[in-house]
Design a binder for this molecule. Structure first.
Ligand code: BG6
Length: 278
């Protein structure tokens, strides 16, 4: 079943239910904020105190960072781009079979986006819900000049406790440490006992997240960068839409095209970033 719904304040979202999983996707930001397999706990973390309000990014789920990841050189422009707070348009819903459904949502240029980023574009996000979650973010250049983008499907995972977490798959990968702006090399698996904000590069394999309750696999296509982020104690208390102990139950593994992995897209050409979570 694919149903259009609204919160009391008018915030619109799409609810998907099939025999293997359920999901909720906000039209603002094409923001998937709930995904759960039948009989299991939610895969995605969602802040208990997140706002569902016009022009404010939801804290949790999968924000779409586009057409830039991180901050812009022009500090008057929003961190992680404008797509996560823009109002997208529903394109279609497809009940593939009883176990799988997909929803496609699009965003295109407007007077407002052209002021922030001077290019014509079509951005489409297709989310497929089954016992696997698949997100395909397709950028098409509708302009007559090339443009370059950085982007991320900024997935927040719910974890039993951050101290139980191990991430495998990034051993020996170079990364940019966004806390020091130094380039480093990962040695071994990743565990957490402090703030982590890193952009891993040259990533070409599956990433495996495990905690006390489960193992989750992340496989990306057309992407060689992955961001790993946990704000830890001090920063968490200062983040919008986050309780001060939220860092204990969440962790972001972001499927990205960031820093050296930026993409140049020529007129009439497309690029699709894909993330599969299972
Ligand atoms: C991560 C960045 O992708 O997003 C962090 O690496 C940032 O530096 C985090 O703090 C959250 O960003 P925001 O804009 O949603 O608060």
């Amino acid at each position: 079943m694919i149903v259009h719904n609204k919160l009391a304040n008018g915030f619109a979202y799409i609810e998907v239910n099939n025999s293997s999983a359920e999901a909720k996707i906000a039209l603002q930001g094409a923001h998937l904020f709930h995904y759960k397999r039948v009989g299991e706990e939610p895969v995605l973390w969602l802040s208990e105190v997140s706002d569902f309000e016009a022009d404010k990014a939801i804290r949790g789920g999968v924000p779409v960072c586009w057409p830039w990841f991180g901050f812009n050189e022009d500090k008057t422009l929003p961190q992680h781009g404008f797509a996560r707070t823009a109002l997208w348009e529903f394109v279609c819903g497809d009940e593939v079979d009883e176990k799988s459904s997909s929803v496609t949502i699009k965003l295109t240029h407007s007077d407002e986006t052209l002021k922030m980023w001077p290019y014509k574009f079509l951005l489409e996000l297709k989310i497929t819900i089954s016992d696997k979650l698949v997100m395909e973010l397709k950028t098409t250049n509708l302009d007559d000049k090339s443009f370059s983008i950085t982007q991320a499907l900024h997935t927040y995972f719910s974890v039993s406790h951050i101290s139980d977490v191990t991430i495998k798959g990034l051993d020996n990968k170079p990364y940019l440490d966004a806390l020091t702006w130094k380039k480093e090399l990962q040695k071994g698996d990743i565990t957490f006992n402090q703030e982590v904000d890193r952009v891993y590069q040259e990533v070409d394999c599956e990433i495996v997240l495990s905690d006390k309750k489960r193992v989750i696999h992340v496989r990306n296509e057309n992407s060689s960068s992955v961001v790993v982020w946990n704000p830890w104690i001090e920063k968490c208390g200062r983040m919008s839409g986050m309780k001060k102990d939220a860092y204990e139950s969440m962790l972001c593994i972001e499927s990205a095209n960031a820093f050296d992995d930026f993409k140049v897209i020529k007129p009439q050409e497309s690029h699709t970033l894909m993330a599969a979570i299972y």
